[in-house]
Design a protein around this ligand. Structure first.
Ligand code: NI
Length: 167
């Protein structure tokens, strides 16, 4: 396995729309293993392939406290949503920034697993937030885009300053 570099907002590559995976093969399984390792190392609870500059529809999520709940979603789609919740979100591509975003409370997702089989999963609460956040990445959307223009400008300034310091 290998740690993958994570793109930082406002990198324009984060706005790429990811392509569907055509075949779930060893290349995809290796990508998932590397993404999971990268997510755990960060540490984070979700990572989309977009964030590691691979523009395929793959995400990994683990909202468990002991790293035992790895969920890999290939070509995921939300097939139903219900309710609303407001949760404070963060993102490995937007380090140090947290803000409230309104999302559906429950979502049902359909995806392929690592054997290429279709499955459906009902999610709610934090897991539902994470699914919605990661699927947005596959469409080129970063959570800060739900915030006001003023906040987005401030965040860009803050991250640019940080990049200069750590470069
Ligand atoms: Ni994110």
């Amino acid at each position: 396995m290998a740690l993958l570099p994570i793109l930082r907002y406002p990198d324009p590559r984060l706005h790429t729309r990811a392509a569907p995976v055509r075949e779930v093969d060893d290349v995809i399984r290796k990508l998932i293993a590397d993404m999971a390792e990268t997510m755990y190392e960060a540490p984070g609870i979700g990572l989309a392939a977009t964030q590691v500059d691979v523009h395929l529809r793959v995400v990994v999520i683990d909202v468990s406290e002991d790293k035992t709940g790895l969920l890999a979603l290939i070509n995921p789609e939300i097939i139903s949503r219900a309710g609303e919740q407001v949760c404070e979100e963060g993102c490995l591509s937007v380090p140090g920034i947290y803000d409230k975003v309104a999302r559906a409370e429950k979502v049902r997702v359909r995806a392929l697993n690592q054997q290429g089989e279709t499955f459906e999963l009902d999610t709610e609460g934090l897991l539902a937030v994470c699914v919605q956040h990661e699927l947005d990445h596959l469409d080129g959307k970063v959570f800060v885009e739900y915030l006001s223009q003023l906040k987005q400008t401030r965040i860009k300034g803050k991250l640019a300053k940080k990049a200069r310091i750590t470069a």
